[in-house]
Design a protein around this ligand. Structure first.
Ligand SMILES: [Zn+2]
Ligand SMILES: [Zn+2]
Length: 119
């Protein structure tokens, strides 16, 4: 049997595509055991290459950041122009502000009584 076909067949029958004999977890293509195994191996890989990945990520991010800043583009979306030497465009800074405000409000809701809230 061709691999692609068996993948599709297993998937269609909700059978794990990896081991091919356990039932797949709902909305997934693998059984619990295989999912755990692949998660474990991914974790082991990340652990082993942690510093390398971190460094790579850092370089990648900072390179992108400076490049976008140099071009006068938003460092968040990388698409829109920024004004006054800012790092975010209007859209992203508004979104960021809204997020901060939401967090702030949630915090208030969580810690105060409804009657104390004045927004
Ligand atoms: Zn499996
Ligand atoms: Zn933006």
């Amino acid at each position: 049997m061709c691999d692609v076909n068996s993948y599709k067949w297993y998937k269609a029958h909700h059978i794990c595509v990896k081991c091919g004999h356990e039932n797949a977890v709902r909305n997934h293509t693998q059984c619990l055991e295989c999912m755990m195994k692949s998660r474990e191996s991914a974790r082991a890989y990340n652990k082993k290459n942690k510093e390398k990945l971190k460094e790579k990520n850092r370089i990648c991010h900072s390179r992108r950041y400076y490049k976008l800043k140099e071009l006068g583009l938003c460092t968040s979306c990388g698409k829109r122009k920024t004004k006054n030497n800012k790092t975010y465009c209007d859209y992203c800074s508004a979104r960021k502000n809204r997020k901060t405000r939401e967090k702030y409000l949630l915090n208030i809701y969580a810690t105060k009584n409804m009657c104390e809230i004045r927004v």
